[in-house]
Design a protein around this ligand. Sequence first.
Ligand SMILES: *Cc1c(COP(=O)(O)O)cnc(C)c1O
Length: 346
Amino acid sequence: MGVIDRFSALLPLTAATPRLCLGEGSTPLVALPRLGERLGIELWGKLEGCNPSGSFKDRGMVLAVAKALEEGCRGLICASTGNTSASAAAYAAAAGVRCFVLLPAGHVALGKLAQALMYGAVVIAARGNFDRALELARRAADERGLAIVNSVNKYRLIGQRSAAWEICEALGRAPDWHALPVGNAGNISAYWAGYEEFRGLGRISKSPRMMGFQAEGAAPLVTGLPCPEPETVATAIRIGSPVSAGLARAAVSESEGEFNSVTDGEILEAQRLLASVGGVFAEPASCAPLAGLCKLKKQGRLPEGILAVMTLTGNGLKDPDTAMSQVGRPIEIDDDLEDLFRVLEQ
Ligand SMILES: *Cc1c(COP(=O)(O)O)cnc(C)c1O
């Protein structure tokens, strides 16, 4: 079952909405006891890399594409740091509509580029950054009758609420803290809306504090200043002018949470920690929350014993280049038992 069928009662569907599905949503919420112990908290990870295109983007994309089909669209267009394009291209393929994706040239992780091309989208690498590519996509959508499936599309954020609902259903409550990476700031806004909706329905009694983590080189919500030249190894959050900044600010202030930034070094360290101590390989952007929790712990600002959920937004396999730049190489031996024993004894 996908997001549309599982949450049909909570989504804006009509009899004419196609029941599009690639098996998105219902991702594992896993306890991370070894990491939790280090941080002195009960830590859980929502494994969004287990979605069909490998990131949380599929939750909103399935609804955005279904609604675009319902409205008779001629094709889809999006600008993307990578995962939106992979997701849009996948659903466009499944639905049989054309898909155009604009990527910032030279700044998209290899796996994501391979996905968009393999799913059969028309892939356009625009010289300039994401923010500029989005502007172009919005104008082209308006003037050429294409459905824009960036998070400016309201259905994206509605579909993304489903992750918060799943967490509440799995835990039987909301976490004390919910930590996630923030780029365009749609996801943090969608989670908050999802939690508040469940609170309104009496399904949870209290919503979590929303803790948003940005990369230091792309942290407009932390500094309060525009960031015209965003730069970070975490390409999925390399965004200087978040579309959902207003909603995200409201989510953080209403929930008594906060925005914080982490350096690229801290993000890469957290990525290795999550993989080697948690057993979860997530892409760099997804590791900003763990980097942030580690930083708050060091500053003595992480309350002991709280239940915290991190959204691990995308699969580590999407960005093999960054991963390989951080780890060693395999130990080569001759096909000889003595050689093998020497390594085992090291
Ligand atoms: C899109 C994305 C983000 C950022 O989410 P926003 O809704 O833009 O804040 C973070 N991590 C990954 C892996 C993403 O694909």
